[in-house]
Design a protein around this ligand. Structure first.
Ligand SMILES: O=C(O)C1=C[C@@H](OP(=O)(O)O)[C@@H](O)[C@H](O)C1
Ligand SMILES: C=C(OP(=O)(O)O)C(=O)O
Length: 444
């Protein structure tokens, strides 16, 4: 992790990626990032010990675990991807000795802003260079309306300084952007608030916070696009099995779809509809993707995903799918670049405030590989065609780096991808898994 925005020389490892061959194999991707963050948070605040299996050993989720350890929560790691969390109870967190470092993770910072607003002690949330540029006003403003004291810089960016000991009151809030992070921040503050906290969203987003709070015994009333809870309850420890992260599986789903002769099975992936808009989009374009052995999990259905190569044709992406594939646009842009005809993405301006400006990063990188791409404020138009060799900058964004590793599997020559260290924030072991599946990929 690069702390406090101080990237040091030699801290920009890169890849050289090129056509491998048909992709094959049956394997699992690491645990879901969103669920792993929430599992640590709720288990920390619960009464009793919780075991988390399938925990994502990524830098983002390890940062969250380290933050709770810094607030007095005992967390054991008996084996990789397993955590035993000794919950301290809803009011049991202790004041941290210094700033709490969220690293690269917007989810950690925004959810913790809500949770820490309700504590009796002061705290400060900091992040790396990328996170320090991301908008926090979207959580700070409604939390202040609940009575929280949160200080940021003039532009509403981190660090966030939170004054403890405030009496919070419930708020009925309509979020202007569809954001599970904003909704979750409100709900976590609502645990400590008097009265009812309600959130309504312009489009439904992932409801993991709601489902998991309910599973830990806190009464929550929720349906797609809305959630309500009141303060004054307690959380009971429980075990959590984290499914594979659909957003990590997405790189293999697109790669196997695009590379002729490919056939892959990805085991035990979370396929909740609020996450799988990419499957709907790719199927409309002609993809051959099947869900096998679908079973119910705590956070929605889990399935094995079978993908075979199929030629794609461009589409006008329905805006209704945007929130359900919000983290998949980098790799979706690659699918669009390899489809026949043009693909139009709109209504996705949120992509500009992720780990990088993902519209700009994908448009620039694809143009460097000879693709005809035109940016718009809320998306882009991509003309499908051949990809040639070239050099692209991931801008330190994990999903941009992995998306271009996929693009290289279709390119006419080598693709040099700069600044890939942050792949470890969400997908530790990507390189090894990708090589084993047949990717042409090596360290620069
Ligand atoms: O709640 C979550 O775990 C997440 C919500 C999404 O962010 P927004 O809430 O900003 O859309 C997503 O992009 C992020 O990777 C994880
Ligand atoms: C946007 C992402 O994560 P976060 O907001 O937690 O940094 C992501 O993983 O693509």
């Amino acid at each position: 992790m690069r702390n406090g925005g101080t990237a040091v020389a030699g801290d920009r490892p890169g890849w050289v990626a090129s056509r491998g061959g048909a992709l094959s194999g049956e394997f699992a991707v690491p645990g879901d990032k969103s669920i792993s963050h929430r599992a640590v948070m709720l288990a920390a605040l619960a009464d009793g010990d919780s075991r988390i299996d399938g925990f994502l050993e990524g830098e983002d989720t390890r940062a969250t675990a380290a933050i709770f350890a810094a607030m007095g929560v005992g967390i054991e790691a008996p084996s990789p991807s397993c955590r035993i969390v000794h919950g301290v109870g809803i009011d049991g967190l202790r004041p941290p000795a210094g700033p709490l470092d969220c690293g690269n993770s917007g989810t950690a910072m925004r959810l913790l802003a809500g949770l820490l607003a309700g504590q009796r002690f002061d705290s400060e949330l900091v992040g790396d260079a990328s996170l320090s540029q991301r908008p926090m006003q979207r959580v700070a403003a409604p939390l202040r309306a609940m009575g929280a004291a949160i200080d940021s810089d003039d532009g509403g960016r981190p660090p966030l300084r939170i004054t403890g000991g405030r009496l919070l009151r419930g708020l009925d809030h309509e979020t202007p952007v569809a954001s599970a992070q904003v909704k979750s921040a409100m709900l976590l503050a609502g645990l400590y608030a008097g009265g009812v906290t309600g959130v309504r969203e312009p489009r439904p987003t992932r409801d993991y916070t709601e489902r998991m709070l309910a599973a830990f015994g806190w009464p929550v009333d929720f349906a797609p696009g809305r959630a309500r809870l009141d303060g004054g309850h307690r959380l009971q420890a429980r075990d959590i099995a984290v499914p594979g992260d659909f957003s990590s599986a997405a790189f293999f789903i697109v790669a196997a779809t695009l590379v002729p002769g490919s056939s892959l099975v990805l085991r035990s992936v979370g396929v909740d509809p609020r996450r799988t808009g990419l499957i709907d989009a790719l199927r409309t374009m002609g993809a051959d993707i099947r869900e096998l052995d679908r079973r119910e999990g705590l956070c929605g259905p889990v399935a094995d995903i079978a993908v075979r190569h199929a030629p794609l044709r461009g589409i006008e992406l329905p805006v209704a799918l945007v929130a359900d594939m919000i983290d998949e646009f980098p790799v979706f842009a690659v699918a669009a670049a390899c489809a026949s005809g043009s693909t139009r993405i709109s209504g996705a301006a949120e992509l500009r405030v992720k780990e990088s400006d993902r519209i700009r990063a994908m448009a620039t990188g694809l143009q460097a590989l000879g693709v005809d791409v035109r940016e718009s404020p809320g998306g882009m138009r991509v003309e499908g065609g051949r990809l040639r060799s070239g050099a692209v900058d991931s801008l330190g964004d994990h999903r941009i780096a992995m998306a271009f590793a996929v693009a290289a599997q279709l390119a006419d020559g080598e693709v040099a991808i700069d600044d890939v260290a942050n792949v470890a924030t969400s997908f530790p072991g990507f390189e090894t898994l990708a090589q084993a599946a047949g990717f042409g990929l090596r360290r620069a």
